[in-house]
Design a protein around this ligand. Sequence first.
Ligand code: GLA
Length: 702
Amino acid sequence: MQPQMIRVAAALVCLFASFVLDADGETKAPAKPFDLIEWNGGKIIYGVDYYPEHWDESQWEKDAAMMQAAGINFVRLAEFAWVKMEPVEGQSDFAWLDRAIKVLNARGIKVVLGTPTASPPAWLYAKYPDIAATDENGVRYRYGARRNYCLHSPNFIAATQRIVTAMAQHYRDHPGVIGWQIDNELGDPLCYDSYCRAAFQRWCRAKYKTLAALNKAWGTIFWGHTYLAWSEIPLPWNTLGKVHNPSLALDHRRFHSGATRDYLKLQVDILRKIAPKQAITHNDMGMYDGVDYYQLNAPLDFVAWDNYPMFGEDYSNYFGPGLAHDLMRGSKNNQNFMVMEQQGGLPGWSIFWGRQAAPGLYRAWAYQGVAHGADGICYFRWRTSRYGTEQYWQGILDQDSYPNARYQIVSQTGKELGRLAHLLQGSKVVSPVAVLVSPDSRWAFRVQPLVKDFNYNRQLGLYYAAFRRAGMNVDVVFPQSDFSGYKIIAAPSLFVVDKTLVEKLTNFVKEGGMLILSYRSGVKDENNVVTHQTLPGPFAEMAGIAIHDFDPQTNQEQEVVDVEGERHAAKVWFDVIDPTTADTLATYGKGYYAGKVAVTENRYGKGSVVYVGTEFSSKTAYWKLVGYLASQLGLELGPHLPEGVELASREKAGRKILFLINYTEKSQTVNLKQRFENALTGTSEPAEVTIPAFDLKALTTP
Ligand code: GLA
């Protein structure tokens, strides 16, 4: 993962599961999904990302033995080994990989193979320079990194088809190869070459049919940017002042996301045709917003993703990885998923980044994934590389293969998960509330970030953390998800909306749901054009408010006074609200609009709409708001959770499996008000549970 992507991705890989890999509507379920090892009556994926090609063959057997001793039953291989598998154009060599798989399989370790297209060989670039992507300044990327290819280069497509076909034909019936990972962390870069420009023009034509429709939708009369031929349509590349038509720019993001999915689908189709018995996934990047994961993941059998929590500034802040897990689960309609890369050591490229984590955290993160619906955890990577860009990106083992503290904790975790596999099999996360993520809004904010400090992911995170802190599981829904069944949906800064989404949300409220919107909601239509309605546009009536004035961040914090007179600092954006039918929940405390309304609630149909016109500076204000709203709905709040202690649960057939995880360096106590059985020891825990530092409790109802 590139450092920049990692930061965007916010955080986060491999454990176990009762893989019920139901495909969604679009996807044909493979005849045989991940065929995992029966273990104590359950099934579990617990693995490592392994690079046998980096090590002398004499090391392989020792590695496999150490893996087996740690409870590992799964490895991902080969996702960067194109040059080893096709050393000469059109000539495959899988002998080395066959030998590696044999060594691993002999130790009971199954294999997922990565298609190696993220890192094409130097010979391919030398022979076909046009496979490299071009940046927005028109400069073609040089050979040397990875993920720098053009999605529309015919030579790259042909090379992709050849290597994927060769791999599929060779491994289609291999009993030790249970599935495939397509490419590696698809998304970047956006390419601005002539292939991509022509493809964008074709995409526009397919979408709008006529230039008149396109010109109208994009409002191209502004500055007279009207197009009279499809071939005139530019990419939003570097122009003076970097400005471009926001409607064109949003469509370009959609085009790129769709092209990325088409490229994934090209590989999926080859694998499904040749190797129909093996399951297919991809390693997503959690909070990364370059692609719409709901769209990207549709052709896959199940979701996998890469979890690097250490990029959070504070390890006890578990909300970031939690939100990313839940978003990943939500991107395939809450089907259980797996972590394909779980941070297994200190991250770093040319320098070491961050602080080393206490060994217990490597276990805690694995359990966090499981608690949020992961049925597989796979650590990145088995052993730190001796060479290359990632010399400073630690694996579980360091270069000397010493069974260090990380290896010990990973071994402990493997054995425990084996014991829990039976209980977890078939269990799911059930959540009363959801946070709505809108890919269109995220992209539109990328095009026009509004104010310096605005951050869409942070907005999602604030509402998410408030629900979590109140002890509730939280789902993440996408515009296409099923909204029924939730008591509350928080849709912060829902900036770009089409009629379908407005209708779905309206029905959700009419049927009794509570919708929480925040500032800058309902501002743009699906073309990224500003609404002519009074804000919040299509939500004004159901929210019972009108907004005729707003104050973007002035570098000064505002103050918001709630109905109890408590004052909360606020920042980023201040909508000055005129309630029409809504009740006031809070007002502003300072400036020319002191006393004017900041937060409202409006009854609508059988439900209600809450509008938060600003962003509170502290999490406490969100906890208070969510606590108040949840109690109004009669929603059961969880136990009081100390800072840095997470409660998350799965359930099956009325049986709950609770995970209480302590990410802090001191022992913590939580009063659950009832006794649970310790799922790892089989003993009864007191109602007041003590969780040692960097430790956890896996609990269940008897
Ligand atoms: C990503 C990639 C891996 C590796 C790690 C660490 O997750 O998928 O190949 O590069 O980041 O950087």
